[in-house]
Design a protein around this ligand. Structure first.
Ligand code: KIV
Ligand code: ZN
Length: 503
């Protein structure tokens, strides 16, 4: 069966999600997980956009060897040179050159005539060929471009040596039938298309990114650009898990396969959610918390009789395992080790001991420790942002007839600081007290809380996004006490800020 090439752009377009910014270490962690997921291509970044991104692409090229590593570049010499340098150690590197071809973009953004754009596209691809073994070319805003001009630019890019032509629906404007016709038009009107890989890159502004991508496959596309959890610029990109699971579940209809190891989907989704600070909406297809839950009595009855009555995919196909053993405070190392192994973690002895210690502390607070709890614990233990500040103690007083106050005790290496503050509520008071300790004046941009497990003793997860003069960072805190989780999330964001600043 013919294969669709999965091109993951979580680290490039995904990073363009407002408020998201990965450190090199975070990019590397995601890239390694994408390698386990067996994506074919990883777009690791846009090296000319910042020295940090250059470094991240270089590091991913050095460390991640199975997928093709791609770097984005505008059709300008300095971008292409930077992309080529960042990819130097890649086993297989690809430069992705783009320039806009729609009348709106050419006139208002580029302020260039179509003839100038055509020339820049040709020169860009020609130069990129000197720096990388593979060159991909994208006519940005293709879906709002004049088809005749699009054919001309694509033909020119192929003549210069582009082996992959990517058609972006940059502003998520297209609809499935129209987009399929655009792809068919390109296949028909551009010479030598059969020697080229035709790719699509769809944005989700009208909620049609996945549908447009799948429709493009019917029109002749053989590479899909997508991101984990569908993150990306504005409303995001086509979501990798939706594309892959649609192709797998409806193989009868599409007649294509992918190389993706779908049992790694759930873990990859959790990792990206954690590192971006973007929670996955509960009803998100494939990876949302509710995606495999049945609430209606009729549905539950049906599923108990025969799962296929209401389940078109199994939870295990995306790596969501049903726990057989109940893990709690009586569980020992053996049971925990076995569960971690089934969840796909391979820990060193010292990592395992650290996880076990935290697991025991949590099990003392909760009746049952769920798989989701364990995933959080492991991720926290193995992700090494130095804990410059850590919360030792928090005490808050609040009520509807009292001025909310908080006292915090925070450790910084060998020193311990204690501060108190009043606020609009206990969390506001706690954040003000933490600000007094750290001396940082952070502006809270976003705060969200959710329970990551069920029941009254649920583990609460708080995500915060803060802004300081050094930029925007996210932080995460988990506890059965939501005030403690809130303080931990805030301190986590501050530690990440310090780490980023030092880097
Ligand atoms: O959406 C877009 O057009 C892009 C291009 C750079 C491919 O991200
Ligand atoms: Zn894009």
């Amino acid at each position: 069966m013919e294969r669709i090439i999965i091109f993951d752009t979580t680290l490039r377009d995904g990073e363009q999600s407002p408020g998201v910014g990965f450190t090199t270490k975070e990019k590397l962690e995601i890239a390694k997980q994408l390698e386990k997921l067996r994506v074919d291509v990883i777009e690791a970044g846009f090296p000319a956009s910042s020295p940090g991104d250059f470094e991240a692409v270089r590091e991913v090229s050095r460390e991640v060897k199975n997928p093709v590593i791609t770097a984005l570049a505008r059709a300008v010499p300095s971008d292409i040179k930077k992309a080529g340098e960042a990819l130097r150690e890649a086993r297989k590197g690809r430069i992705h050159v783009f320039i806009a071809t729609s009348p709106i973009h050419m006139k208002y953004k580029l302020k260039k005539t179509p003839a100038e754009v055509l020339r820049l596209a040709q020169e860009g691809v020609r130069m990129a060929k000197e720096y990388a073994s593979e060159v991909e070319f994208s006519p940005e805003d293709a879906s709002r471009s004049d088809p005749a001009f699009l054919y001309e630019v694509i033909s020119a890019a192929i003549e210069e040596g582009a082996g992959i032509i990517n058609i972006p629906d940059t502003v998520g404007y297209s609809v499935p039938e129209e987009f399929r016709a655009l792809i068919q038009g390109i296949m028909k009107n551009v010479p030598d298309m059969e020697k080229i890989i035709l790719s699509v890159h769809c944005h989700n502004d009208l909620g049609m990114a996945t549908a447009n991508s799948l429709s493009a496959i019917k029109g002749g596309a053989r590479q899909i650009e997508c991101t984990i959890n569908g993150i990306g610029e504005r409303a995001g990109n086509a979501s990798l898990e939706e594309i892959v699971m649609a192709l797998k579940t409806r193989q009868d209809f599409f007649e294509f396969s992918t190389n993706v190891n779908t049992s790694e989907i759930y873990r990859t989704s959790r990792l990206v959610s954690r590192l971006t600070g973007m929670p996955v909406q509960p009803n998100k297809a494939i990876v949302g918390r509710n995606a495999f839950r049945h609430a209606a009595g009729i549905h539950q009855d049906g599923v108990l009789k025969e799962t296929t009555t209401y389940e078109i995919m199994t939870p295990s196909s995306i790596g969501l395992e049903e726990g057989e053993l109940v893990l709690g405070k009586l569980s020992g190392r053996h049971a925990l080790k076995e569960r971690l192994r089934r969840l796909g973690f391979r820990l060193t002895d010292s990592q395992f001991e650290a996880v076990f210690k935290t697991f025991k502390e949590l099990a003392d607070k909760k009746k049952e420790v769920f798989d989701e709890d364990l995933i959080f614990i492991v991720e926290e233990q193995t992700f090494h942002i130095p804990e410059v500040y850590s919360l030792e103690y928090i005490h808050t007083v609040s009520g509807n007839q009292i001025l909310p106050t908080a006292t915090v005790r925070i450790r910084k290496k060998d020193e311990v600081f204690q501060e108190a503050a009043c606020g609009d509520g206990p969390i506001d008071a706690a954040y003000k007290a933490i600000d007094r300790v750290t001396g940082l004046k952070a502006n809270l941009l976003d705060y969200s809380i959710r329970s990551v497990t069920g029941g009254k003793d649920a583990l609460g997860e708080v995500m915060v996004k803060i802004e300081t003069e050094d930029g925007i960072v996210t932080g995460r805190g988990v506890s059965t006490d939501i005030i403690e989780a809130s303080a931990k999330a805030y301190i986590n964001a501050i530690n990440r800020l310090i780490y980023r600043r030092e880097k």
